[in-house]
Design a protein around this ligand. Structure first.
Ligand code: FEO
Ligand code: CA
Ligand code: CA
Ligand code: CA
Length: 656
C-alpha cells in the first residue's frame, strides 16, 4: 500500500475527512453513493427551477400538509421558547434573538499569561504549545467548588489543517488546492495544536473571561506523556523501541468529543487515529489484520517522516497505543493522563457517563465509522461522592458491552469478556488485552448491530433514556437495512432513543426506538420524521454531538450541512423528546460557512452554553489566503480561526 503523503494530490479537507471516516472493514465495491444522494436530495437538485412547486405537490402527502398547517397552532407545546434563527449559510454565526454569542477562545489565543501573542506568519511549535489549539471539538465545564460562574473549561483539539493554518503552504491551481511540503517545524506545530486545553474561566459582571494566570491551565498535545492503564498496559502488543515497558505513551490525537466524569475528570476520545500513521508493516506482521480493520495506516499526515513512531514500518506496535479514551485530572496540572483501555479500542467519538442507581458508573461510546458499533462500559466499583480520590481509578475495572438492536424493539448489550462466547484463544484472543486491542473484531464475532456511524451517545438523567446520534451512511444498501438503521443510502442520519430497563443503566436487556429520521421533511423521498410543528428552519441533517441541559432537554449539533446538501449551515438545534411536541426541532444557533458545530455544553445552572465552531471557512478551494470566511476576526491579516463561543441570555437567566 502506498501511504506516503503526496503533496501533489491534496484534496479539500472536507473530502479527506469524509474518506478518513470511510476506510473500515466494509470494502463493498459500491460507487460513491454519497455524492449522488447529496445531489439528488439537495433542495437545489431535487426541486430545481420551475418544477419546484410541482415536485412538492408530488412528494408530500396531503396528511403531512394538513398536519403542518395544524402544527402552527401547536407550537406552544414545545418546552423551548426562543425565536428560531433563519436557516441558511453565510460568512458569520447567528444566534436566536435575545442571546449573546461571545467569541471566547480562538486558535492561537493565550492559555497562559506568559504565552506569546498569536503571530500566524511566524508560528512556532513552542508558541503553539502555550496557545489554544486548532479545531476545537468537545467542550466541557468542570465547576470549581460547585459554582456555575467559575470553573475549568476543557476543550479537545481534534485535527489540524495545514492549508488553512500556514501562510504560503498551499495554493489554488485550477479547481484544486495543492499543498506544499511539510517541514519538521510545521509537523511539530501541528502536533502542538492537537490534544486539549484546560483553562480556568470566570464570569464577572455577566461576562466570561479566561483566567490566564490560573494554576490549573494546561495544554495537552500529541507529545504529552501519558500512561496506558487497565488490561492492555504492559502487553507485548503495545511495546515499542522507545517504550519496552508497554505502558508509557506520548500524546493523544484526533480527540473528537469526550466527557466529564461524575468525579470531575476530563475524558478525551481518540477518534480517527489511523490517519496519523504511514509506512508499511513488515510483511507477515501479526497486526496486519488488526490494522486493516481500523484502516491503519492511512498516511494523511506527514508526522511519520520526522517521528519514527508514526511510521508503522519502524514502530509496528505504536498504532495499538491509540484509539483509546484518555482520562485527565484537570485539578492537577502535573497529573499524567491515563489511556483507559477498559473502554476498548475504537474510533471513539465520545464518552458520556451517568451514575447508575446502584452507584456504578456507566459510559456510552460510539465508534464513528460506517457499519461500526455502539458500546457501553459499566464500572465494577461504585462512585463515592464524598471521596474524589476513591473514584480516580474506577475506569480500570468493569465490563465493556456492545449493542445489538433487535427488530422487535428490544436490544441486548453483549459483554466483551475474554473467555466468554467466541472471545477465546481459538479465535485469537489470548487474554482480555487482546479483546480490547481488537475491540471491533471481538464485537463482530458477538453479532453486534452495524450502525450508520455512531457519534455522541448521551444518557439523560432526567428521563432515564439514552440518545444515539447516527450521523449518516450513504453506503448502506437496501439489503443492509435493519430496524435500527432503517434507511438505505442514509445521507441525513437518524437518532435512536434507548430506554434502559427499569432505569437501570447497567441493564443488559433494554428497549429502543427511533426518535428522529433526519433531513428535509418537505421532501417525502427523504423520509424524515420531524414533528409537523417543526418549521422549515427547524429540521436538520447529520446529527453529531448533543447535550442534555439542566432541565433534561436535548440539544443537537450537526456536522455536514451546507448550501449544496441541505441549503443550511450546521448549527445547534433544540429538540423536544417528551409529550405532544416530541420530535419538534428548533434552530438556536448556526455556524459560519465551512464550519461544523461542536460542543455543546451547559453550566449546571443552565445559564451558560459553550459551543465550538470547528473548521470555519473550510469550503471550496480554501487555503490560508483564500478561506471561505475570515470568521471570527474578519481581518485580512488574520486567518480564519476555529473558536469556542459562549452563549448567555441578555439580562441573565436560563437559556431557552
Ligand atoms: Fe470527529 Fe465523529 O466526529
Ligand atoms: Ca463529532
Ligand atoms: Ca455530548
Ligand atoms: Ca462528525
Amino acid at each position: 500500500m502506498n501511504t506516503t503523503v503526496d503533496p501533489k494530490a491534496v484534496k479539500t479537507l472536507t473530502e479527506i475527512r469524509e474518506e478518513r471516516e470511510d476506510v473500515g472493514r466494509n470494502v463493498s465495491p459500491n460507487p460513491t453513493m454519497g455524492d449522488i444522494i447529496h445531489r439528488r436530495y439537495s433542495r437545489r437538485g431535487f426541486l430545481g427551477g420551475s418544477l419546484a412547486v410541482a415536485a412538492i405537490g408530488a412528494t408530500v402527502s396531503p396528511m403531512a400538509l394538513l398536519a403542518a398547517s395544524e402544527a402552527k397552532a401547536q407550537g406552544a407545546a414545545s418546552r423551548f421558547n426562543f425565536t428560531e434563527v433563519e436557516a441558511g449559510v453565510d460568512e458569520t454565526h447567528h444566534i436566536a434573538e435575545g442571546y449573546d454569542a461571545q467569541i471566547f477562545l480562538r486558535w492561537g489565543d493565550k492559555v497562559f499569561a506568559d504565552a506569546p501573542d498569536f503571530d500566524p506568519a511566524n508560528q512556532t511549535a513552542a508558541a503553539q504549545a502555550r496557545q489554544f489549539g486548532y479545531n476545537n471539538d468537545y467542550v466541557g465545564f468542570i465547576p470549581l467548588e460547585g459554582a456555575s460562574d467559575r470553573g475549568l473549561l476543557v476543550v479537545n483539539h481534534e485535527y489540524t489543517s495545514a492549508e488553512l493554518m500556514f501562510p504560503g503552504f498551499a495554493r489554488v491551481e485550477g479547481d484544486e488546492v495543492v499543498a506544499g511540503e511539510h517541514t519538521k517545524e510545521l509537523v511539530d506545530i501541528e502536533m502542538a495544536a492537537h490534544g486539549g486545553t484546560v483553562i480556568e474561566i470566570r464570569r464577572v459582571d455577566g461576562r466570561w473571561q479566561a483566567v490566564l494566570d490560573s494554576q490549573y491551565n494546561r495544554r495537552i498535545t500529541a507529545e504529552t506523556e501519558m500512561v496506558l492503564a487497565g488490561p492492555v498496559a504492559g502487553h507485548d502488543r503495545v511495546k515499542t523501541n522507545a517504550d519496552p515497558s508497554g505502558t508509557k505513551v506520548f500524546g493523544t490525537i484526533n480527540n473528537c468529543a469526550g466527557g466529564v466524569t461524575p468525579w470531575g475528570t476530563y475524558l478525551m476520545a481518540e477518534e480517527n487515529f489511523h490517519g496519523y500513521f504511514m509506512g508499511e508493516l513488515p510483511s507477515g506482521h501479526r497486526e496486519a489484520a488488526n490494522y486493516e480493520r481500523y484502516g491503519v495506516p492511512a498516511g494523511e499526515y506527514a508526522w511519520g517522516r520526522f517521528h519514527d513512531r508514526f511510521d508503522v514500518s519502524k514502530e509496528p506496535n505504536e498504532a495499538n497505543r491509540f484509539g483509546w479514551v484518555v482520562e485527565v485530572d484537570p485539578l492537577d496540572p502535573n497529573s499524567v493522563p491515563k489511556k483507559r483501555t477498559t473502554l476498548g479500542r475504537a474510533k471513539h467519538e465520545g464518552a458520556e457517563s451517568i451514575v447508575n442507581k446502584d452507584g456504578r458508573v456507566v459510559f456510552y461510546c460510539g465508534d464513528d465509522e460506517r457499519f461500526d458499533y455502539v458500546y457501553k462500559f459499566v464500572t465494577a466499583g461504585t462512585y463515592n461522592e464524598q471521596d474524589r480520590a476513591a473514584n480516580m481509578d474506577l475506569l480500570d475495572e468493569g465490563t465493556l458491552y456492545v449493542a445489538r438492536f433487535d427488530e422487535d424493539g428490544t436490544m441486548e448489550w453483549l459483554p466483551l469478556v475474554h473467555g466468554q462466547g467466541p472471545l477465546t484463544a481459538e479465535n485469537g484472543f489470548e487474554s482480555q488485552a487482546d479483546v480490547l486491542i481488537e475491540t471491533r473484531r471481538a464485537a463482530d464475532l458477538l453479532g453486534a448491530t452495524k450502525m450508520d456511524r455512531p457519534e455522541d451517545v448521551q444518557p439523560n438523567p432526567a428521563t432515564g433514556k439514552v440518545y444515539v446520534m447516527l450521523t449518516n451512511n450513504t453506503r448502506r444498501t437496501a439489503d443492509q437495512v435493519d430496524a435500527a438503521n432503517p434507511r438505505a443510502e442514509n445521507a441525513f442520519g437518524h437518532i435512536i432513543e434507548i430506554t434502559e430497563t427499569d432505569g437501570d443503566f447497567a441493564s443488559t436487556k433494554s428497549s429502543w426506538g427511533v426518535l428522529l429520521k433526519c433531513g428535509d421533511p418537505s421532501i417525502a423521498e427523504v423520509g424524515a420524521s420531524f414533528s409537523p410543528s417543526t418549521t422549515r428552519n427547524g429540521w436538520f441533517a447529520m446529527p453529531d454531538n448533543c447535550a442534555i441541559d439542566a432541565d433534561g432537554r436535548l440539544w443537537i449539533s450537526t456536522d455536514g450541512n451546507n448550501q449544496e446538501v441541505t441549503g443550511r449551515a450546521d448549527g445547534l438545534w433544540a429538540v423536544d423528546t417528551e409529550g405532544e411536541a416530541r420530535g419538534t426541532s428548533k434552530l438556536f444557533f448556526r455556524v459560519p460557512v465551512g464550519a461544523e458545530m461542536c460542543g455543546p455544553y451547559f453550566t449546571p445552572d443552565g445559564e451558560t452554553l459553550f459551543l465550538a465552531v470547528q473548521h470555519p471557512g473550510d469550503e471550496g478551494l480554501a487555503t490560508y489566503e483564500t478561506p471561505a470566511t475570515r470568521w471570527p476576526d474578519f481581518d485580512e491579516k488574520l486567518p480564519v480561526r476555529p473558536a469556542v463561543v459562549v452563549v448567555t441570555k441578555q439580562g441573565g437567566g436560563k437559556i431557552a
